[in-house]
Design a binder for this molecule. Sequence first.
Ligand SMILES: Cc1cc2nc3c(=O)[nH]c(=O)nc-3n(C[C@H](O)[C@H](O)[C@H](O)COP(=O)(O)OP(=O)(O)OC[C@H]3O[C@@H](n4cnc5c(N)ncnc54)[C@H](O)[C@@H]3O)c2cc1C
Ligand SMILES: Cc1cc2nc3c(=O)[nH]c(=O)nc-3n(C[C@H](O)[C@H](O)[C@H](O)COP(=O)(O)O)c2cc1C
Length: 596
Amino acid sequence: MSTSLARSPLPDDQIAVVRRLLTGATAEQRQWLSGYIAGFEAAADPRTAPAAPIAAKLPLTILYGSESGNAETLAAQARKAASRVGFGVKVLDMADAAPADIARAGNLLVIASTWGEGDPPQRAEAFHSALMAQDALRLDGLRYATLALGDRAYARFCETGRQFDARLAALGAQRIAELVECDLDYKKPATGWIDVTLRTLADRANPGAEQVDPGAAVIRVDFARTAPAEAEAEASDDAPRVVVAEIAAHINLNSSRSDIETYHLELSLAGSGLTYQPGDAIGFVPRNDPALVDAVLTATGLTDDPAVHAALSHRLDVTTLTRAQLADYARLTGDAALRNTAEDDARAAEFLRDRQFVDLLEAAPNRLTAQQLSDLLRPLPARLYSVASSQKAVGEEAHLLIAKVDWESHGRARHGVASSDVAMRRRVGDALPIYVKPNPHFRLPADAAAPLIMIGPGTGVAPFRAFVQGREATGASGHTWLFFGARRFTHDFLYQLEWQDWLKSGVLSRIDLAFSRDQREKIYVQHRMWEQRRELYAWLRDGAFVYVCGDVKAMAKDVHAMLLAIIADQSGCDADAAAAELRGIQRAGRYRRDVY
Ligand SMILES: Cc1cc2nc3c(=O)[nH]c(=O)nc-3n(C[C@H](O)[C@H](O)[C@H](O)COP(=O)(O)OP(=O)(O)OC[C@H]3O[C@@H](n4cnc5c(N)ncnc54)[C@H](O)[C@@H]3O)c2cc1C
Ligand SMILES: Cc1cc2nc3c(=O)[nH]c(=O)nc-3n(C[C@H](O)[C@H](O)[C@H](O)COP(=O)(O)O)c2cc1C
């Protein structure tokens, strides 16, 4: 044992840890450890051999809750892998499922993202509430595993996946593998999770399976933190196609006297073959603010390293600050005050509030090596923007509408990474590598005569410009009604002339405007909806499709509450009946939201 350890790639201090662990361990403990390490490796390596084919078709339900399609894509990937090794697979979208659908599934894989501020994806809300209800069905006899998708930048990381995982166990289902929580670079851990869970289920279907140690299925995922998001996406099968678009127009649509800036970008797709549909989004990986990159390099003593400079500028996330980074940096620097903060939930939360990575470095300045710095940082994630154009109208172009995000905290001016990159550093003629993120749940109805109610204050109006362009280009006959809101009529009425032209030509049937700061009391789109409630309900009864786009924190909730109030008021029913009616409209695909 000592000879092989001496030849191991481990440094001395880790060799000492291994020696301490193994000295005095029983045979059973050593066996468990070897199983654990095998499970850990399999989870981290997507190329691990697939589970062995099984004799009889084992039923497997894959249940997903998804907002922007990641969990949905993984469910499809899991279906393919499971079918290949002989499972009888059924894939269920939580939007179309009830707890009764999984009660007798036998084997269940749950893949769920978290949205809003620790909320389930909207289309999974009804399923989530039904499962959390006090009188939810017991799920004894069900074997399951959960994969949670999230983003460590959010305080309630992977909250929905955690809730599902705990609730299924509380309802009597048997967890066959530990919950795996994924950050934005989820592909590798998710692929490992699919393989390990399928292998575990397959093992259990074989004779003697009961003797399998459940501990062997426990996997922990070390999120690949240094791989650039684009390179990783390119390496995988379902990686989006990235094309380099030229910025053909870059215009601030707000007046020079406005206190906000919203940029209309026109991207040339000439010769790229890239296509999109109204409702889809376009993504790109931004570049970090050079001043912030310099501040990080200065704080770590790495100003002279061009490779680190390049990585920090284009590939690594230098703004997000997470609890894990706080703990890692405290450990790395041995700073006692930071360690005390990191170890206390309330103090850690207080420290993290409104701070960024640079604040952590400056709280306890220390020289770091390039490797230590890059180990602390995650890949720089892409940002998504709704397309504001229809290719039926603009051909080989894509238009975006991007609001510049600025705020101040802890005495420092902060800038949103992507929006300020576009607003302050990109110009006409620049190249922007982009990809299309399709959103099949936010498309125009197939029926060109169906009436549309579009509620999109601020940048939420972007997809509706695409919808109306599309309807104009195809000569669609359906009525269209836009609710738009912003701060001031004279400074912030985005695409004003276009809406007025469309009203004149009849492509837009109605527009209702809410400018919050043009009078003493704040007026928002939901107030205009209430004023127009009779007409709005008549449209709903007429089969109108309701689309909501924009702010998830306040607007989407207020608009939802207003729709319920309008239904209750107009049909004279109580709150439960109004909720049931809106759920029915949603199930029929006539209430769609794209909120962020
Ligand atoms: C499907 C989809 C479509 C989208 N479409 C559009 C669109 O059409 N137009 C558009 O402009 N955006 C759109 N977004 C949002 C967009 O992707 C970005 O999130 C947004 O531009 C901010 O990115 P950023 O890199 O500039 O800011 P980031 O660097 O990501 O910073 C934003 C973060 O900063 C923090 N922050 C912001 N303001 C404050 C404050 N006052 N106090 C404290 N902290 C604060 C918050 O944590 C916030 O999440 C869309 C998002 C999605 C998911
Ligand atoms: C507006 C918005 C809100 C989000 N809120 C959270 C959150 O509260 N917690 C979290 O862990 N992840 C959050 N995320 C990250 C998503 O869960 C993550 O992007 C996930 O991969 C999306 O998967 P989906 O496409 O299947 O919905 C949020 C993402 C967006 C765009």
